[in-house]
Design a protein around this ligand. Structure first.
Ligand SMILES: Cc1ncc(COP(=O)(O)O)c(C=O)c1O
Ligand SMILES: [Zn+2]
Length: 386
């Protein structure tokens, strides 16, 4: 099955851009989104909904940007299980909770989805090597997919990132630069060096969101083409929450679902919560969070580039944003380990603490269908004592 990609479009100024060249973001400063020829996809899925024998996110290749399958660098990403919580949901006071277990991706996190698509599409458009500032998991994904593609990866990570992240990037043959500060400073350092790599920074190119979008497709397909009431998204740079929102828009355009949407809740650490602050203040833009810090390293994103799009997804879905204390992370990881047999990452522990707060405040009802993203495996986070 072939991609029905049409062009790129700016969600702010509505300028159209070609999808035939390597692209970054719009001249107005906004991220760009991929637009597909939906009527073409609709005709195809009249006869066959996505191929059930394909146990990866490439079952949705009509709605992914890569035109020639020969450029797809797959390690078997996506189509992760939607686990029924045996005990955690009840413990939190929910009738039923499901966990989309993204730790089961090839390198252990949901970053594989976005980077698999971005790397494959960029190779199709002529990229020869990749550069990325990262909090950890995205670096491991980029290193692995670059290795599989036979091209070089240049990774810029905060120097306090736990060693297992560096070790895995090294194992996959990446060049690594350690930078003082957060992912923001890592990005500045990467731009200063001005290498001839293709920049894969979060939402500064259009294709990582496309990979993350498959999370929304899978959740809906695994629920028999329906939608849950709530999805809890640990949010840093925002690719998942933006991608999931886009997924449901596309599924409606295809007639696979109606106008119903899950409420999307962004969960952040109180130590770095620019999204929560903007939702509380009602602003259209995110203000950078000064001296942001949290042990949930993927959420240590003081100034997400796609702020407007994150806020748009949350508000249009009728959801919200919730900040929690870092002290909750270790106890919650221990609790989930005991109750579910899962070694969740600290970002997902933030999601669970957020869910608990939302249940306590009455924002989420006991009877609602809630899906929690376990965005990655906890084992690499040696910065947290369990
Ligand atoms: C495990 C984990 N969860 C969540 C996030 C936040 O991701 P997003 O860009 O979708 O907001 C990250 C980002 O680094 C991560 O590594
Ligand atoms: Zn624009």
């Amino acid at each position: 099955m072939i991609s029905h990609i049409s062009h790129l479009e700016c969600p702010q100024c509505r300028r159209k851009h070609s999808a035939d060249n390597l692209a970054t973001y719009c001249v107005c400063g906004s991220p760009l989104f991929v637009v597909y020829d939906m009527s073409g996809v609709r005709e195809e899925i009249d006869t066959e909904v996505f191929p059930s024998e394909m146990n990866s996110m490439w079952r949705y290749s009509q709605l992914l940007p890569v035109k020639s399958p020969s450029y797809v660098v797959s390690l078997g990403e996506g189509w992760t299980p939607l686990l029924l919580s045996r005990q955690l949901g009840k413990h939190l006071g929910l009738r039923m909770l499901r966990i989309k277990d993204e730790a089961q991706n090839p390198t252990g996190s949901f970053k594989d989805r976005g980077l698999c698509v971005a790397i494959s599409k960029s190779l199709e458009l002529g990229a020869k090597s990749f550069g990325l500032p990262s909090a950890g998991n995205a670096a491991v994904s980029t290193s692995a997919y670059s290795a599989a593609a036979g091209v070089s990866a240049h990774i810029f990570m905060p120097d306090d990132t736990p060693e297992p992240f560096f070790e895995q990037c090294t194992l996959f043959g990446a060049e690594i630069v350690r930078v003082k500060g957060t992912i923001s400073e890592a990005g500045q350092e990467m731009r200063k060096r001005n290498g001839d790599w293709t920049d894969l920074s979060t939402t500064k190119e259009p294709y990582r969101v496309e990979g993350k979008k498959t999370l929304g497709f899978e959740i809906s397909e695994q629920m028999g083409w329906s939608v849950p009431d709530v999805i809890i998204c640990p949010t840093g740079g925002g690719t998942a929450i933006i991608g999931i929102w886009k997924a449901f828009e596309e599924l409606e355009a295809l007639g696979l679902i109606g106008s119903e949407r899950p409420r999307l809740y962004a969960a952040q650490s109180g130590g770095c919560a620019p999204v929560v602050r903007a939702i509380e203040k009602g602003t259209d833009n995110l203000e950078p969070w000064v001296n942001g810090d949290t042990t949930a390293l993927g959420l240590r994103v003081p100034s997400p580039f796609a702020g407007r799009e994150i806020l748009n997804a949350i508000r249009k879905s009728g959801g919200g944003a919730v900040a929690v204390a870092d002290q909750d992370i270790a106890p919650i990881r221990r609790m989930v380990g005991k109750l579910e047999g899962l070694d969740i990452c600290p970002e997902s522990a933030v999601g669970i603490a957020g869910l608990r707060n939302l249940i306590e405040s009455g924002a989420i009802d006991f009877d609602e269908e809630v899906i929690l993203l376990n965005t990655g495996n906890g084992a690499r986070y040696t910065n947290i004592k369990l």
